[in-house]
Design a protein. Structure first.
Length: 146
């Protein structure tokens, strides 16, 4: 009897974890933030990815720890296409952007399902996106009351 209660409580607790999980923005004006790490054979890019759903497209920007923009892209879910708008010079090659577009499309599909990782075995690239807490008015107010 005790194990049955434990099992039921565990299932209910587990469902609350997923209820709090951040999903991709899909309504006009919705935002999301993720901690990002993209690992390749000899290097990595880490930072924060901010996403905004605007004009029917998901717009995203990956910024590194120093505040420099590593990549800006948008995703059109109707066409299921990723478009890279801006990217750092070291990655600005057609063959790298082609791989990134494919991988980001798969990663965005994964994020919709609550899967925060994508591994490209062929090119040994691992993309890890972890949800950050949503920004609230209280957090942006910094305790100032006018």
């Amino acid at each position: 009897m005790l194990s049955k209660r434990f099992f039921i409580i565990a299932i209910i607790s587990f469902s609350f974890l997923f209820a709090e999980a951040q999903s991709l923005p899909s309504d006009e004006g919705e935002r999301a933030r993720y901690s990002v790490q993209i690992d390749v054979k000899k290097a990595y890019i880490s930072g924060i990815c901010g996403m905004l759903f605007e004009n029917g497209k998901l717009k995203a920007s990956v910024v590194n720890e120093f505040g420099l923009s590593a990549m800006d892209f948008e995703y059109d879910s109707r066409k299921d296409k990723v478009k890279i708008i801006n990217i750092i010079k070291k990655l600005d090659h057609w063959y790298i952007k082609r791989v990134l577009k494919r991988d980001l499309r798969i990663l965005l599909h994964n994020l919709e399902q609550g899967i925060y990782k994508h591994e490209n075995a062929k090119y040994e690239i691992t993309y890890t996106f972890q949800p950050l807490q949503p920004i609230t008015e209280e957090a942006t107010d910094n305790g100032n009351t006018n």
